[in-house]
Design a protein around this ligand. Structure first.
Ligand code: ADP
Length: 427
């Protein structure tokens, strides 16, 4: 069996001599074993849900078992050096070691099956396909094509290496239902591969972007510091010595440079979230919240804030980042309070499936529907600095922290009634 496409030397017999599909109907049909078949399909459905990455392999094992075959496999059509080939992508039984073997699409029993679009039985195929002269010899091979949206994607096949084992119409029936299943499994499998690839690409480009942001902000710091210190110097030395307008311009420049400095600091903090921190450790959110409440004590008290909460869990994470998460959410709950009432914040944790859902609910001004997503983007604010102080970095930071911990964050809100920031963390 070669790793590469084989030459087109024809064997001594014709194609029609090795394909004996008509025999299937003539042979005595073995009785169906519906129980075994049901058990097999249920197990496959379970595997598809729990371990989709190995589902093609599981299908071949099921085909081998249910059809009492010695070898089973799935060959998928792919492009190799500009040509269409079949690659053995899942194998079970005697030929399991030959995983990855390729055969030319135009010179392979799989090609015939796909062209004829139905089950085909071949006997001693090496008589026509010399590269199939293997040990133990292939006495019979039964192949079925499978399709996705009408397009052939590959074949599911079983082999007998024993003269006593002849495939019949019952094997075709069982293999047909498995071929249907293979089509679904194939879609999950290729979909999954695409998701994994896209995820890796995304992570790589995110890392690059972060590095870029860190470098740019770092490099901007130095010249900006020069601008800031000289404009401050200008302001000190020349205040009152030039005219009123000049004083005002200098003040704008100083304020602008300060804002830029703060933004650069903020960008650097954001870029650092994914780089610092090393290993995750058990962190008691109860302790984290206690510390944040103590830090914000005077701020909370000044606004007349009441805080209600249930017991928070211990999660795996980065304590400092989780502290920053609670601190940002609580500060915002107080900052964006409703002018007609004192702030009330309720913090609740509930476990659902394999994750914690933590809700930080306030009774503030709330957020209108169209802004619910963009507030998590960096520098996105719904108010001017005159109305509410801030830079639009807090929620971007929260989002990054939650995502780095394997969770999601979103907001639920009715304007004028309050906002609930909800985030999940793996349990
Ligand atoms: P900042 O508070 O510095 O503007 P954030 O990223 O923390 O930055 O918040 C982004 C925007 O989301 C805020 O400008 C505000 O409009 C809105 N927002 C955040 N938290 C709340 C809240 N609890 N209630 C109402 N609006 C909020």
């Amino acid at each position: 069996m070669t790793q590469h496409a084989v030459s087109q030397t024809l064997g001594p017999v014709s194609l029609e001599e090795i394909f004996i599909t008509h025999e299937l109907e003539r042979r005595l049909r073995r009785p169906p074993d519906y129980q075994a078949e049901n058990r097999g399909l249920v197990a496959l459905a379970r595997d598809l849900a729990h371990a989709p990455e190995s589902i093609l392999q599981r299908v071949t094992e099921a085909a081998m078992e249910l059809c009492h075959a010695a070898t089973a496999g799935i060959s998928l059509i792919e492009q190799y050096e500009g040509r269409s080939v079949f690659r053995w992508r899942a194998l079970a039984g005697v030929f399991a070691a030959h995983l990855g073997t390729m055969t030319q699409r135009d010179f392979s029993p799989c090609g015939i099956v796909v062209d004829r679009r139905q089950a085909q039985l071949a006997a001693a195929p090496e008589r026509y396909y010399p590269y199939l002269a293997v040990q133990p010899p292939i006495v019979e091979v039964l192949l079925l094509p499978f399709f996705v949206a009408g397009e052939a994607k590959g074949t599911l096949w079983i082999m007998a290496h024993d003269e006593q084992r002849k495939f019949d119409a019952e094997d075709v029936r069982v293999l047909s239902s498995l071929a249907e299943f293979t089509s679904a499994a194939y879609q999950v499998h290729t979909g999954l591969a695409t998701v994994v690839r896209k995820q890796a690409e995304l992570e790589r480009s995110n890392r690059e972007l972060e590095r870029f942001a860190a470098i740019v902000s770092h490099d901007l710091r130095e010249p900006l510091r020069t601008v800031t210190s000289y404009t401050q110097l200008l302001a000190r030395r020349y205040r009152g010595r030039l005219d009123y307008e000049a004083d005002e311009f200098i003040a704008f420049t100083v304020a602008g440079a300060k804002r830029m400095e703060q933004r650069i600091e903020a960008l650097l903090t954001l870029a650092h979230i994914s780089t610092i921190g090393g290993e995750f450790l058990p962190v008691s959110l109860e302790t984290v919240l206690e510390e944040v409440l103590a830090d914000l004590h005077s701020q909370l008290q000044e606004a007349g804030t009441t805080v209600q909460r249930n017991l928070l869990p211990t999660v795996f994470g980065h304590a400092e980042q989780l502290r920053s998460l609670f601190q940002n959410l609580l500060t915002n709950a107080v900052k964006y309070r409703h002018p007609d009432r004192h702030p009330n914040v309720q913090i609740n944790a509930a476990k659902s499936h394999d994750q914690w859902e933590i809700r930080v609910e306030d009774n503030g001004i709330g957020i209108a529907e169209p802004h619910k997503e963009r507030i998590f983007d960096v520098f996105q604010r719904l108010h001017t600095s005159k109305e509410y102080e801030g830079m639009g970095i807090g929620l971007a930071l929260c989002k990054k922290i939650v995502e780095r911990h394997g969770g999601h964050i979103w907001v639920e809100s009715k304007p004028e009634q309050g906002a609930t920031f909800v985030f999940t963390l793996p349990a």
